[in-house]
Design a protein around this ligand. Structure first.
Ligand code: SF4
Ligand code: FES
Length: 368
């Protein structure tokens, strides 16, 4: 006889759903989706133990359960609080949550530099989105921000500790999907920092996934740095028969024309790596950093990007080149006024392909 699966009822922002026992408020809210879902900067459903560090997911529990309908005295971290039968939760409908969340954003930005114009994460930074959606204009902080020197974490990853929000996700990646963790959070309080022990390089096959889980621009891909803004690139889903054990081989290629500028894991609607056949689709460093030619990939089609994302602003329907050339739209007249930029600038020299430059792009790459 099949056992009946018991579910429990939870109401979030006046929407009631049945969920499995053991579900957290955040997971239940994700099942409803949309604005009901609190933001999460440290929780990552594919990383065991994550959550409980950043407090961006705070919600109000207006009734604890049917058995004990008293409200919880303080706002709770929804990623770490399990639902009870009859629980009533307020996120968007709470009067207290927006104020508290704005305070959390202000705290996260105390030491975070506002260097979005030069940060490679701009356009896909969760802190940038969080600031716009839940933050307030201005800050009350009047002291010098803490700063750190940039650190090389091996040949592919750059650490800007100044931008880190200490969410710990990268340490969970290193613990759970690589064979040895050589970095972590050292020191305590406002001295706490991500660092490698004795600056050891992180050179295992899956270290690149730390870049994907980092919600800010603290960990960036050195093979992509300063080469393009993400909103100028066209993301396409692609796969290859990768032979690295544990690599799913399913990726997003960030292309410009036929050049592959960056390779990342595929992301879901919560900004987390997508799952395939019930397993997280982590990718290896060979796919990510060393397979940057389009011929090595089978392109499946355009990646679906949220229409709210700045990346989706550059709308397009197909990968085909437009048929209209300047000559065609000018009734056969060849354009005369177009300037050849190579006559006046050393930047973008013909023959120098950004995607072929191994490390970050610098002006020296264009000087003979
Ligand atoms: S480097 Fe990024 S992923 Fe790691 S703790 Fe800092 S913010 Fe989180
Ligand atoms: S996402 Fe819940 S505390 Fe960070």
């Amino acid at each position: 006889m099949s056992e009946e699966i018991k579910t429990i009822k939870v109401t979030i922002d006046n929407i009631t759903i049945d969920v499995a026992p053991g579900t957290t408020i955040l997971q239940a809210a994700r099942q409803i989706g949309g604005d009901v879902t609190p933001p999460a900067m440290c929780y990552y459903s594919k990383l065991e133990g994550s959550g409980g560090k950043c407090r961006t997911c705070l919600v109000e529990v207006a009734a604890g359960s049917t058995a004990d309908p008293r409200p919880m005295p303080k706002l709770v971290a929804s990623c770490r609080t399990g639902v009870m039968d009859g629980m009533i939760v307020k996120n968007m409908t709470s009067e207290k949550v927006p104020e508290a969340r704005a305070g959390v954003v202000e705290f996260l930005l105390l030491n975070h530099p506002l260097d979005c114009p030069i940060c490679d994460q701009a356009g896909e930074c969760h802190l940038q989105d969080l600031g716009y959606d839940h933050g307030k204009q201005g800050t009350r902080y009047q002291f010098a921000r803490r700063t750190f020197k940039k650190e090389d974490l091996g040949p592919f990853i750059q650490l800007h500790m100044t931008r880190c929000i200490l969410c710990y996700r990268c340490t969970y990646v290193a613990n759970q999907i690589t064979d040895n963790r050589v970095h972590g959070v050292v020191d305590r309080g406002d001295h706490a920092a991500i660092s490698t022990y004795i600056s050891k390089a992180i050179d295992n096959d899956f270290s690149g996934n730390m870049i994907d889980v980092c919600p800010v621009g603290a960990l960036t891909d050195k093979t992509f740095r300063f080469k393009n803004r993400v909103w100028f690139t066209k993301p396409v889903d692609a796969h290859r028969a990768c032979t690295t054990p544990g690599c799913c081989g399913k990726t997003t290629l960030w292309m410009r024309g036929s050049e592959v500028f960056r390779v990342t894991a595929r992301k879901d609607e919560w900004g987390e790596v997508q799952s395939f056949e019930g397993k997280p689709g982590w990718i290896c460093n060979t796919c990510r950093f060393e397979t940057k030619n389009a011929e090595s990939w089978t392109i499946e089609g355009l990646t679906t990007i949220s229409r709210h994302s700045v990346i989706g602003v550059n709308k397009y329907k197909t990968l085909e080149m437009p048929k209209e050339t300047t000559k065609a739209v000018m009734n056969g007249v060849e354009p005369k006024l177009l300037m050849d930029i190579h006559n006046v600038s050393e930047v973008n020299k013909p023959g120098v392909h950004l995607s072929d430059i191994k490390g970050p792009a610098h002006s020296t790459n264009f000087k003979k």
